[in-house]
Design a protein around this ligand. Structure first.
Ligand SMILES: [Fe+2]
Length: 392
């Protein structure tokens, strides 16, 4: 029951401010010279924000955008420069069926490039109803479905499906892209590479890091490299496990006692409210998620525990296809670190690690995710057999 009561206390969480509100700062960079560029923005809840990435990939005669982001003026300005040099945006690909954070900006991006063709992962779902594409602002006349309608840019791209699997409210599927000229495997949510230091995006505004670097709401937000790193590690724990083991929620009276202190009664400090307290040894948990000298490539815990708990084989099948890609040198993910070294041997090592390790863990940091999965399963929101619908 203790789990249940802690989740009930969790319930008001989404009522708190969304970060970064209406402001979308974007970082533009070239990932691989003359081949791949990225736009990054922060997205998250209550100062738990991780980078979300749109990729620009050079294809024959122009450019392909993978994973839409809100097309702010800042973003469009840099894209225009790329188009002048490398040709028009020919394709916009949304290779994920489920990740809302990737699909929300598709209509706006499609309007910004009226001559582009859209390629979507099969099984797009809109909750709670399945609306026709056009109602969602997706122009059906120039929309194609990956695999069902063929595949775009096969001269330079190899498309590899992860899934589909049935996750109750819809399906999970992602179509990863191996871009041959740049030797890069482009994934959406399948894998992430997490660094021990905060992404550059936080240089624009380190507030989320400083916010979580404190022990209680009465502490001021102080900026230093050490505190930025501390805040980042905690943020990684939040984003990975939703409720990490070493995080406690103090009583309401304790929270109030430490809130609304002079100098902190502002929106930036959330009025001095910090409804968390961390155990002393919290950093040990974080160290398991981040790499030492290089970003640690992994299956995001939320994906492993909530999307694939009963379909490890589907993930391994995808990895089996990935490890056959000759010449693969890079992994580029839509979250966390953008570009990391990744070759066939790394894919093999990852497979071995997954096969040897525990998959649907329910202890320690995984306790909350395990509880959530069990509850969804018990209430038949997620199916027992995730491959049932798809003939598995
Ligand atoms: Fe995602």
């Amino acid at each position: 029951m203790s789990n249940l009561s802690s989740t009930q206390r969790w319930r008001w969480w989404p009522l708190l401010p969304l970060y970064p509100y209406g402001r979308k700062r974007t970082i533009f960079r070239e990932l691989l010279p003359n081949q791949i560029w990225s736009f990054e923005q922060l997205q998250g809840i209550y100062y738990v924000a991780v980078p979300v990435r749109l990729l620009v990939v050079r294809v024959k005669g122009g450019l392909m955008l993978i994973n839409p982001l809100p097309p702010t003026d800042e973003l469009l300005k840099d894209l225009k420069k790329l188009q002048e040099k490398f040709g028009p945006v020919k394709t916009i690909a949304l290779p994920s069926a489920s990740g809302l954070e990737h699909k929300i900006a598709l209509p706006a991006l499609a309007r910004a490039f009226p001559l582009s063709r859209l390629w979507l992962c099969p099984g797009q779902w809109s909750f709670p109803f399945q609306f026709p594409f056009d109602w969602l602002g997706i122009p059906s006349s120039r929309t194609n479905i990956l695999f069902a309608d063929g595949l775009p840019h096969t001269d330079c791209c190899e498309w590899i499906s992860l899934g589909p699997i049935d996750i109750g409210l819809g399906r999970f599927q992602e179509i990863s892209c191996f871009h041959k000229p740049s030797k890069s495997l482009i994934v959406t949510d399948a894998l992430v590479a997490i660094d021990s230091s905060p992404p550059d995006l936080f240089d624009l505004d380190p507030t989320p890091l400083l916010f979580h670097a404190r022990e209680k709401g009465s502490e001021a937000l102080i900026d230093s490299p050490i505190l930025r790193r501390k805040g980042w590690l905690r943020l990684v724990l939040f984003a990975s496990f939703l409720k990490p083991e070493k995080l406690k929620i103090p009583t309401i009276s304790k929270i109030i006692k430490n809130s609304f202190k002079p100098g902190l009664r502002n929106m930036r400090s959330h009025l001095g409210i910090y409804p968390f307290s961390w155990d002393e040894d919290w950093e040990l948990s974080a160290k398991k998620l981040v790499g030492n000298n290089k970003p640690l490539i992994q299956v995001a815990p939320v994906l492993e525990r909530l999307v694939f708990p009963r379909s490890k084989k589907t993930f391994i099948d995808w990895l089996d296809k990935v490890k056959l890609i000759n010449g693969m040198s890079w992994l580029i993910s839509a979250h966390y670190k953008g570009l990391v070294n990744f070759n066939q041997n790394d894919a093999k090592a990852l497979k071995l690690k997954i096969e040897k390790g525990s998959w649907d863990e329910t202890n320690g940091d995984w306790k909350f995710l395990g509880w959530l999965d069990k509850t969804l399963l018990r209430n038949r929101i997620v199916p027992k057999n995730p491959l049932g619908k798809f003939g598995g």
